[in-house]
Design a protein around this ligand. Structure first.
Ligand code: ADP
Ligand code: MG
Length: 461
């Protein structure tokens, strides 16, 4: 999708938003906030940094991440160079200001409320880009049926459930794209359930905005709710969702949801909602079989204008079995490696990447991190997530939250709070920032955190 080149600063600002999601707030402030670019095309990206030291540091610690981010955002794999900017005080003004810790929630806030219908959808998540195999054939077919006749099929609501990284969000958003592109619905709202909850809570806090909240969600022609397992947190939110659901369903508007398990198995979800969810259809996505994994690899490579041989696809497809997101990540690393080192993208390069590849962060579970940190501090996991305020318990708890945030891609403050006895997301933000600051200033503490992080990653292999 290497369309005509956009403004380099714009492209970079877009990449920075993505980078901000991947690194700690403090690191973002230290290393990225002051960057700008002087050149950005398919061959070369020149990043301006304030000092030679930061150039060296960023290159050593963040080069690979920058490559994948650039690829994700622009589908380009340019060579990346760092240069020291001439006038450091004048650079960086194009970069959006960073609100520490709150960065991502502030950003999603804008996504849905202000966005025109489908702007909050990821452009890549369309039916065209989705590879069909036995593991997802039925889910795909029902999603397509719903996208073609929103609100008019028996599949209302449609619930798509399955494990992490298997394409649930992709299919959910594909419904939105399809209906929008074929003029089958005017107002399409995509919302992760955590955001639904945040918006709702916010609307209760800002006087008079509950009406706005309700009319926004209840006027959707298609409501796409991602990861409803997180709805279980609040009774009031569930209640509000129940009414939103009824209002939409009664007026034959389409509701589609994703979930990490069959909705009937969700402990903590009220019976009223459960009974609604089985009015329509629940359909599973399973881990893709080898042929599908190989087809996905070919497709993703093709999108980037390259072709990979069958033996390379088979090697990667055999190596990563259970998660499509990781399969994609490995292919990106491989492309970046070959482009930087000017190597052929062949079996040898693929073998190299597989050997080099550390354990994949997304295989680490929240529970595993909690257990590991608890063990290290001689606590039980119950103590770690409990209410105890003794100093070492609090330190351990903060470190665990920090590690979850840094090791598990896409982990939200709200989600983390849920796993620590329903703590509020602001508590988690505070904990993560506290650890981040101490990490910068206290070398022995930094070593402890790094050691824990490394062992967790090794064990999750
Ligand atoms: P989930 O929501 O189930 O955790 P996602 O929908 O975010 O997973 O998918 C993770 C990544 O894998 C996305 O980049 C998505 O495009 C890709 N992906 C998953 N399944 C497929 C598929 N069948 N065909 C093409 N890409 C897929
Ligand atoms: Mg998802």
């Amino acid at each position: 999708m290497a369309q005509e080149m956009e403004d380099p600063q714009e492209l970079w600002a877009q990449c920075l938003l993505n980078i901000e999601r991947q690194v700690r707030p403090q690191s973002f402030t230290n290393w990225f906030k002051q960057t700008s670019v002087s050149h950005f095309d398919q061959d070369l990206l020149v990043i301006q940094v304030p000092s030679a030291f930061s150039a060296a540091w960023i290159e050593e610690h963040y080069l690979q991440m920058i490559q994948s981010v650039v690829w994700e955002e622009t589908a380009l794999t340019p060579n990346i160079k760092f240069v020291v900017a001439q006038a450091p005080q004048s650079i960086g003004h194009q970069v959006p200001p960073v609100e520490q810790g709150e960065g991502d929630s502030a950003r999603d806030e804008q996504e849905v409320i202000e966005a025109a219908p489908v702007q909050s959808l990821n452009k890549r998540y369309t039916f065209d880009e989705f590879i069909i195999g036995d593991s997802n054939r039925f889910a795909h077919a029902t999603a397509l049926a719903v996208a073609n006749s929103p609100g008019k099929t028996e599949f209302n609501p449609l619930v798509i459930y399955g494990g992490v990284g298997l394409g649930k969000t992709h299919l959910l958003q594909a419904i939105g794209h399809h209906a929008y592109n074929h003029n089958l619905a005017e107002k399409i709202v995509y919302v992760p359930s955590e955001k639904f909850m945040r918006d709702f809570v916010q609307s209760l806090q800002d006087r008079n905005s509950i009406g706005e909240f309700q009319s926004f969600y209840r006027s959707a022609d298609i409501l796409l709710v991602d990861d409803i397992q997180f709805l279980i947190r609040g009774e009031q939110t569930q209640n509000e969702f129940f009414h939103t659901f009824n209002a939409l369903h009664q007026s034959e508007k389409q509701i589609v949801m994703t979930c990490d398990s069959p909705p009937g198995h969700l402990d903590g979800l009220g019976d009223r909602l459960k009974s609604r969810f089985i009015w329509g259809l629940a359909t599973a996505i399973d881990a893709p079989e080898l042929e599908t994994r190989i087809a996905i690899l070919h497709k993703k490579a093709e999108r980037n204008g390259i072709r990979i041989s069958d033996d390379v696809a088979a090697l990667l497809g055999n190596h990563i079995r259970s998660n499509v997101r990781e399969l994609e990540g490995t292919l990106i690393s491989l492309m970046a490696y070959c482009s930087i080192h000017k190597k052929e993208l062949d079996l040898e390069a693929a073998q190299h990447i597989i050997q080099e590849q550390g354990p994949s962060p997304s295989e680490v579970s929240i529970e595993a991190i909690q257990q590991h940190v608890a063990d290290h501090f001689n606590l039980t996991r119950e103590q770690l997530v409990g209410k105890g305020r003794q100093r070492d318990v609090v330190t351990a708890r903060h470190i665990a939250m920090f590690l979850i945030r840094t090791l598990i891609e896409g982990s939200h403050f709200t989600t983390i709070g849920l796993h620590f006895g329903n703590r509020d997301h602001s508590t988690v933000i505070h904990a993560v920032n506290t650890v981040g600051e101490r990490y910068q200033n206290d070398p022995s503490f930094a070593r402890l955190v790094e050691d824990l992080s490394n062992t967790i990653r090794r064990q999750s292999r």
